[in-house]
Design a protein around this ligand. Structure first.
Ligand code: UD1
Length: 418
């Protein structure tokens, strides 16, 4: 499972480059299935979730090759419509293959992803929309089977702007007959990235980034080369790392427009942010200020994926802060671990009340999910003595070089695979 060992008390200074985006690349990898040819990716993050997705693509017939840092996927031949269960259980976001394999083969069988450590995560919105597109769905023995003779475009009105459901319906509609209009679509930058990628491949899509996305079905896609956008959550994590250690850090390869809600909160904590073309400089005061109330929200609101890392700053801020987690029901699993490190936090349902303490103490703690795990590392950076974060595999799902990047900035973090 691996662990990170952090010797606390070093402030972070210097500059680092931010990796390519996990949540952008996963749907793009799924989308390659729609193309009967090759796709070339630049800036693809080398993280566990990507390797997992590549294993799934291999298992259904894609040929995968890395040439230096360029990832090449040849999806000329897809040999099966069945997605192996072991991978789906390992990575919930493999549900994104529902749309692309269905789009390519008109048939897909995938195991029901079930719950995960941050919540139950149903897929009812995905399935309801597919049914409206002439897809027959059977849910049997823990598997979902989707079949159709023809995907037909339709008007889809989502009850909630789900990121995964929006992506799945976009992927399903690319090679469909007719026009699909998604209302109340998710507006996350990863949706816009998917539109740009698919359009480069020859799809006809517009509206990503707004409430309404329109997809006009096309017959065939073509080979493309594509550079993955920077990871806004990794960038936000590093901004919080600087904030939690009174540091001064320049982040390169960032898209500042994707970070507005995170930067706003970092500034409200008393940090000074300077924005350049594709980099951001953060300067941190000796002690952070508390925040009145933060609510996690769909984009452009404050992201649930940054909630835990922000909390690792607020636990040592001056005053009391409140966080309301509105997206996932079980996303406070890092709280008990932060409390073991001396944090003063009370949870009531989806609300966390955080009374800042002057300093945390190092402790042995356990990561329960990806961002919660990263938050524990941030807490360890500013804590007295040593912190051990167990279950590092959660963190490796999304961070390519967390220990190396932090050490470049002057931290003392060691990764141990044992
Ligand atoms: C994606 C991101 C994840 C991020 C989340 C919210 C990826 C790989 N993952 O997850 O990092 O935290 O967006 O920004 O991109 N829901 C339903 N029914 C559905 C679908 C969703 O009730 O059919 C609920 C979920 O349980 C959750 C909420 O809607 O409470 C948001 O989920 P969604 O936007 O779909 O997130 P994901 O795509 O799973």
């Amino acid at each position: 499972m691996g662990k990170y060992i952090i010797e606390g008390g070093y402030s972070l200074n210097g500059e680092i480059k931010v990796q390519g985006s996990k949540n952008a690349v996963l749907p793009l990898l799924a989308a390659t299935v729609l193309n009967e040819g090759k796709t070339y990716f630049y800036n693809c993050p080398k993280i566990l979730d990507v390797y997992n997705m590549l294993n799934i693509l291999k298992s259904i017939g894609c040929v995968i090759k890395w040439e230096d840092d360029v990832l090449i996927i040849d999806s000329s031949v897809i040999t099966t419509h069945v997605i192996p269960e072991k991978y789906v259980q390992r990575m919930r976001s493999s549900i994104i293959l529902l749309g692309s394999v269905l789009g390519r083969l008109k048939n897909v069988k995938i195991s029901f992803p079930g719950g995960c450590s941050i919540g139950t995560r149903p897929i009812d919105l995905h399935l309801k929309a597919l049914k409206q597109m002439n897809v027959d769905i059977k849910d049997r023995h823990g598997f979902i089977e989707c079949r159709t003779n023809k995907i037909i475009g339709n008007k889809i009105n989502f009850d909630y702007p789900s990121v995964g459901a929006t992506e799945n319906i976009m992927l399903t509609a690319v090679l469909s007959d007719g026009i699909t209009i998604i209302n109340n679509a998710a507006k996350e930058p990863e949706i816009t990235e998917l539109q740009e990628f698919l359009c480069k491949m020859g799809a006809k899509i517009k509206g990503a980034g707004t409430d309404t996305i329109t997809i006009e079905g096309v017959k065939k896609l073509k080979t493309v080369e594509y550079r993955i956008m920077p990871d806004r959550i990794v960038a936000g994590t590093y901004l919080c790392a600087a904030a939690a250690t009174s540091g001064e850090v320049l982040l390169k390869n960032v898209c500042k427009n994707h970070l507005i809600s995170t930067i706003t909160k970092i500034e409200e904590m008393g940090c000074n942010i300077k924005e350049y073309d594709d980099s951001i400089l953060v300067k941190t005061p000796k002690r952070l200020k508390s925040l009145d109330l933060i609510r996690t929200q769909p984009y452009p609101g404050f992201p649930t994926d940054m909630q835990a890392q922000l909390m690792s700053c607020l636990v040592i801020a001056r005053g009391t802060s409140i966080i309301a987690e509105t997206i996932f029901e079980s996303r406070f699993k890092h709280v008990s671990e932060l409390v073991r490190m001396g944090a003063d936090i009370i949870i009531d349902g989806r609300i966390a009340v955080i009374k800042g303490v002057p300093k945390l103490n190092g402790a042995e703690v356990f990561a329960e999910d990806l961002r919660g795990g990263a938050a524990l590392i941030l807490a360890g950076l500013g804590a007295e003595e040593t912190t051990i974060v167990n279950n590092a595999n959660h963190i490796l799902r999304g961070y390519e070089n967390l220990d190396k990047d932090l050490n470049t900035l002057g931290a003392k973090v060691k990764y141990s695979p044992d």
